[in-house]
Design a protein around this ligand. Structure first.
Ligand SMILES: C[S@@+](CC[C@H](N)C(=O)[O-])C[C@H]1O[C@@H](n2cnc3c(N)ncnc32)[C@H](O)[C@@H]1O
Length: 281
């Protein structure tokens, strides 16, 4: 199946006999492929499925915050081990954020690898994560060091939901600034940066029904410094749509993935309300 440009228009095809469909810009039907996504849309699916339809070197910026696998660590906890409180499990509705650590790591490495594949050579990936404090140990997201890191930003949340008195209260998270390759020089305009130091002092978002949204200031700082107007921003874990909102407000395009349809519906409703209000004024 092709169009007038003689590009393959196969959609969601199934690989057969171990073949990889639409690999390296060429479909097994023999025709060159094109990107198969709409801009300014959040896809209700696993992010790996969305990214499969995006060609190499397409996206200017990825900003994302995966589920932290807290379900596993809160469940596998020995409460007789001297703790006052239990670590907070986050309820995302459709999945329970509870993978074996080695499975979680492999999954996250796959996602980061795909994000870097679709990223332009001048692009940036900002990957938000934390240290899990568990039974007097720290589980750090070490797998990120398999990728070329340009900088590690500390997000100072200033407070914590974890009140375990056997630790200094953990009030920071990480934002790993990852680039496509070791030699890549990501586009960066420091002059546009509302926060131009490596510690970002930003309170957690409280005006949002999603259980783990990041504050819009985080996304805006990434967008303003590493993209230009009309560029494309992708978020593999869109949640309540913070990245979409920031991109729209700053005249950038977005694409997102989110497996919980309720979050997407809520985001669309809010977006429509904003559009309606804009039309009224
Ligand atoms: C930490 S939250 C992201 C919150 C988002 N940054 C915001 O500001 O609202 C992670 C989100 O990833 C979604 N999710 C989990 N696994 C996913 C997957 N494989 N593909 C796409 N979304 C996924 C969850 O439903 C959850 O909403």
């Amino acid at each position: 199946m092709s169009n007038k440009d003689n590009l393959c228009l196969c959609t969601s095809p199934q690989p057969q006999n171990g073949e990889t469909w639409c690999n390296d810009n060429m479909c097994i039907c023999g025709l060159p492929t094109k990107n198969d996504f709409e801009l300014n849309k959040i896809y209700n699916e696993n992010c790996l499925d969305t990214m499969k339809r995006i060609k190499d070197n397409t996206i200017d910026l990825v900003v994302t915050s995966p589920p932290y696998n807290k379900g596993f660590w809160s469940k596998n906890r020995n409460l007789n081990n001297g703790f006052k409180t239990k670590s907070r499990r986050i309820d995302y509705g459709v999945f329970d954020d509870n993978l074996k650590p080695e499975v979680y790591e492999e999954q996250q490495k796959k996602v980061i690898k795909e994000c870097l594949r679709i990223l332009k050579p001048s692009g940036s990936l900002f990957y938000n994560h934390i240290d899990i404090l568990h039974e007097h140990n720290t589980i750090h997201p070490k797998y990120v060091y398999d990728f070329p890191i340009k900088q590690i930003i500390i997000w100072n949340r200033k407070n914590t939901p974890k009140l375990d008195i056997s630790y200094f209260y953990p009030i920071h998270e990480y934002i790993f600034w990852i680039k496509k390759t070791k030699d890549a020089k990501p586009f960066y305009n420091r002059k546009n940066s509302p926060i131009n130091k490596s510690i970002w002092n930003i309170n957690p978002e409280t005006n949002n029904t999603h259980p783990a949204p990041f504050p819009i200031e985080i996304v805006k700082n990434c967008i303003l410094t590493t993209t230009k107007e009309n560029d494309i921003v992708y978020d593999s874990y869109m949640g309540s749509g913070t990245t979409a909102k920031a991109a729209t407000e700053l005249n950038r395009n977005y694409i997102g993935s989110e497996i919980n349809k309720d979050y997407i519906d809520k985001h669309i409703k809010e977006e429509n309300n904003i559009k309606k209000q804009k039309r009224l004024f």
